[in-house]
Ligand binder design. Structure first.
Ligand code: AMP
Length: 423
């Protein structure tokens, strides 16, 4: 074999058939839950205008330059979407979804791209599912979004999670908080990490997000946003907590939970799992009442969440929670000789038309090897055909799990298959 075989890029993975069953299971569960909550699916392109994301992310050049895959063709700047909130907000404005009346409830599932340093639970292409409720500033909308997210984990059986919530206030509350933070960090500026020093002027709240060790002692004693909320923000936050309690959703208040981006307002939340190691966030979200105006729409309040599919799978694996059943095959036709193969090519269609999965050997294996293949593919039944079976029009119908066999005409085999699979 040539030494120069191709590999996926670092931090990007192939999902092989043994794995894709889990994806189908999760995606079906998410879509079904979305139906119950009456969220409609939106699918946006993976490439967006860089200006949409760069602008949506505010003035944060560190995210734009370091964490995104972007390129230009001619005058146009393209970025592989790092998240889906700004794209959904763009679609909302572009298609005038506000004119449909009432708040819009949208959900999505799809790949996102970030040029981060890969590690367990952190990839460069990963998948998120998420939802946005656009067009209302009511605290019950925040709770509807959180309930939708929590219901998905509840259905999966992943209940060992902690929901953390906070309020990041509005621009008025935040201006006061920002000053307080700068005043607090200023005397220790030289002891902070490089990245936090860069954030000090542009967005001191993001310092609280830092994972750098040297920043932690200073973050620990930093002022809390909750002490700077104005009355409207405090009231909104109190309502959200009350409705969560009424909904039977446990939460932990974490006044250090911030979302660094300027368009976030009021409620912020994160769902964490202790089974994930250092990348412990399953998902998160919050209110972003300023985003839609920032990208050129009319001022429109909105709230949403985004969760990582891969992280969800890692947590389920750690806890031994199965994600659907192992892929299996209904029928394998084992054939000896060319006549048998031709017979099988006809009959395979009849079986598939019954809605059953059916395959056969395509590479001229021996009978023994074909049966082994049927076993490996977890086939429930096999039909064995050779010259003498063709002559007598009776075929060996084998129950692979029970290792029993009987000789039957094809019609009877179909009847047995239908009753076995409840068709
Ligand atoms: P964020 O959009 O950064 O709030 O991320 C929301 C969720 O997406 C996180 O809680 C993770 O579960 C997941 N996530 C974010 N970045 C990555 C990544 N690079 N690799 C895998 N999952 C990610």
């Amino acid at each position: 074999m040539s030494q120069n075989t191709f590999q996926t890029h670092h931090g990007m993975v192939d999902i092989l058939p043994e794995e894709s069953g889990k994806w189908h299971y999760l995606e079906a569960l998410i879509r079904e839950t979305a139906r119950e909550f009456h969220f409609g699916e939106i699918r946006t392109p993976v490439l967006e205008p860089t200006e949409l994301i760069a602008r949506g992310i505010g003035q944060l050049t560190d995210i734009v330059s370091k964490e995104m895959f972007s390129f230009s063709r001619g005058e146009t700047n393209y970025v592989l979407r790092p998240e889906c909130t700004a794209p959904v907000a763009r679609a909302y404005v572009q298609h005038h979804l506000d004119q449909k009346g009432g708040a819009q409830k949208l959900f999505y599932i799809g790949p996102m791209f970030r040029a981060e340093r890969p590690q367990k639970g952190r990839q460069r292409q990963f998948h998120q599912f998420g939802a946005e409720l656009i067009g209302t500033d009511a605290p019950i909308a925040d709770v509807e979004i959180i309930r939708f997210m929590m219901r998905i984990y509840e259905k999966i059986g992943l209940t060992k999670t902690t929901l953390m919530i906070n309020s990041v206030g509005d621009p008025e509350s935040r201006a006061d908080y920002r000053n307080a933070l700068q005043e607090y960090f200023r005397p220790n500026l030289n002891n902070l990490s490089d990245i936090s020093r860069q954030r000090f002027e542009a967005n001191p709240m993001r310092i609280l997000d830092s994972k750098e060790e040297e920043d932690q002692p200073f973050i620990e004693n930093a002022p809390l946003i909750t002490d700077y909320l104005n009355e409207a923000c405090s009231r909104h936050y109190a309502h959200v907590k009350q409705y969560l309690t009424d909904s039977g959703i446990p939460f932990v208040e974490n006044p250090r939970l911030v979302r660094g981006l300027d368009y976030y307002t009021q409620t912020a939340f994160e769902l964490i799992s202790s089974d994930l190691g250092s990348q412990d966030a399953l998902g998160g979200g919050g209110r972003y009442d300023l985003l839609i105006e920032e990208i050129g729409g009319r001022p429109t309040p909105a709230v949403g969440f985004a969760c990582g599919m891969e992280r969800l799978m890692i947590a389920c694996e750690a806890l031994g929670i199965p994600l659907g059943e192992a892929p299996s095959l209904d029928v394998y036709i084992v054939c000896r000789g060319e006549g048998a193969q031709r017979w099988a090519m006809d009959r395979i269609t009849d079986i598939r038309k019954q809605g059953l999965s059916c395959t056969m050997d395509f590479s001229g294996k021996s009978i023994k090897a074909q049966l082994k293949d049927a076993n490996r593919q977890n086939s429930r039944f096999a039909i064995i055909v050779g010259d003498s079976e063709l002559e007598q029009q009776k075929f060996t119908f084998r129950n692979m799990q029970e290792s029993t066999e009987e000789a039957l005409p094809f019609d009877e085999i179909v009847g047995k298959l239908n009753s076995a699979f409840d068709k």
